[in-house]
Design a protein around this ligand. Structure first.
Ligand code: FMN
Ligand code: ADP
Length: 309
């Protein structure tokens, strides 16, 4: 996949394209992408996805808090796994938001990106105030020489798979449901930072993770079985992870994310790790003593070992 952003001066070959924010690159997105690839194949054209590094709503109202399933580079990594030829990364600006649907089709899709066929998500709208709809896009397409096709919707167990549906599942700690709709386990990535160094004294060292972007959605507080990829995904382990305020030891204002990696004993401070959420084990609990916490950690470890058997 070739990324074409404002720095590139490549003029793309004629292509079939779709537009979207593609947060999470979930099964619904894959279904849309498959339709783009099929149309491109049939016509012997290139395939393309047009997306925005920053969400249009955030550009329009910068104080909007948005928690995403994927940050920019994660999204590009997932899109690159499809066989799409181009990813057009376009900065959504206030000026761009002023373009009517017809102007967007003419100046951006046709003139800038050489789009011959536009595959529109079944509920996707674009152009100033998103005032127009599919029929209008078809009419402008006829005038401009862009064929407009409406994509079919994707349903899984009759659920209309969407990024916001998956965000709700993760917010509720339902990482199994999230994995079903994403098509891969939800993951966080970050650097291992120093904690209070208590973990090693109770037999459970925990790598404290500083998540790489504040825009990333953090699952509900609690304990999870996770897969852990250490440094550039070279090594894979299982681990047990806690998200929360550690009420037994400090109950501070900061939410910590820490993982005890099974069958592992290395110093990984400052290394980056990726955490893949596989199962939710339980809520975070305030124990009456550290000993009681340690007893529970042994039970958590057993639960993870049972899961991976
Ligand atoms: C799998 C797992 C489960 C945990 N569950 C709890 C919990 O229920 N309640 C709690 O107060 N802390 C919990 N913790 C956090 C521990 O209190 C913490 O890891 C320990 O104090 C060591 O932290 P430090 O070495 O970063 O200082 C959990 C940690 C892990 C790894
Ligand atoms: N099995 C393991 N799981 C997690 N971290 C481990 C493990 N073995 C060694 N470590 C290392 O020990 C550190 C955690 O030890 P800990 O005493 O909990 O200190 P801290 O409070 O700084 O996290 C990790 O950051 C990592 O470098």
């Amino acid at each position: 996949m070739q990324i074409i952003d404002k720095k590139s001066n490549t003029i793309p070959s004629p292509c079939v394209a779709s537009i979207g924010f593609f947060d999470g690159v979930h099964k619904g997105h894959y279904y849309l992408i498959k339709q783009v690839l099929a149309e491109a194949n049939r016509r012997d054209l290139k395939s393309a996805l047009l997306t925005f590094p920053i969400h249009p709503a955030k550009v329009m109202r910068p104080d909007t808090v948005m928690e995403h399933l994927t940050i920019r580079d994660e999204k590009l990594e997932l899109l690159a796994k499809t066989s799409v030829d181009y990813c057009f990364l376009i900065d959504f600006t206030k000026e761009l938001s002023q373009l009517t649907a017809r102007e967007f089709m003419q100046f951006i899709l046709k003139d800038k990106y050489n789009v011959k066929v536009l595959v529109i998500g079944y509920d996707h709208r674009f152009g100033h105030n998103r005032e127009e709809g599919f029929e209008d896009y078809c009419r402008y397409g006829k005038e401009l020489g862009i064929e407009v096709i409406q994509a079919k919707a994707f349903y899984d167990d009759s659920v209309d798979v969407s990024s916001s549906y998956i965000r709700k599942a993760i917010d509720a700690g339902d990482v199994l449901l999230a994995e079903q709709y994403l098509g891969y386990p939800y993951f966080l990535e970050g650097k291992v930072i120093q904690g209070k160094q208590l973990g090693r004294t109770i037999g459970f060292p925990t790598a404290n993770v500083n998540v790489s972007s504040p825009d990333k959605l953090i699952p509900k507080d609690g304990v999870y079985a996770v897969k852990v990829l250490v440094e550039d995904n070279q090594e894979e382990y299982w681990g047990m992870l806690n998200i929360g305020h550690r009420p037994t030891v400090d109950d501070g204002p900061n939410r910590s994310i820490e993982v005890n990696i099974l069958d592992f004993n290395k110093d990984i401070y400052n290394k980056s790790i990726r955490l893949l959420f596989k199962h939710r084990l339980r809520d975070e609990v305030k124990f009456s003593s550290i000993d009681k916490l340690v007893e529970q950690l042994h039970r958590d470890e057993e639960s993870v070992r049972k899961l991976i058997k």
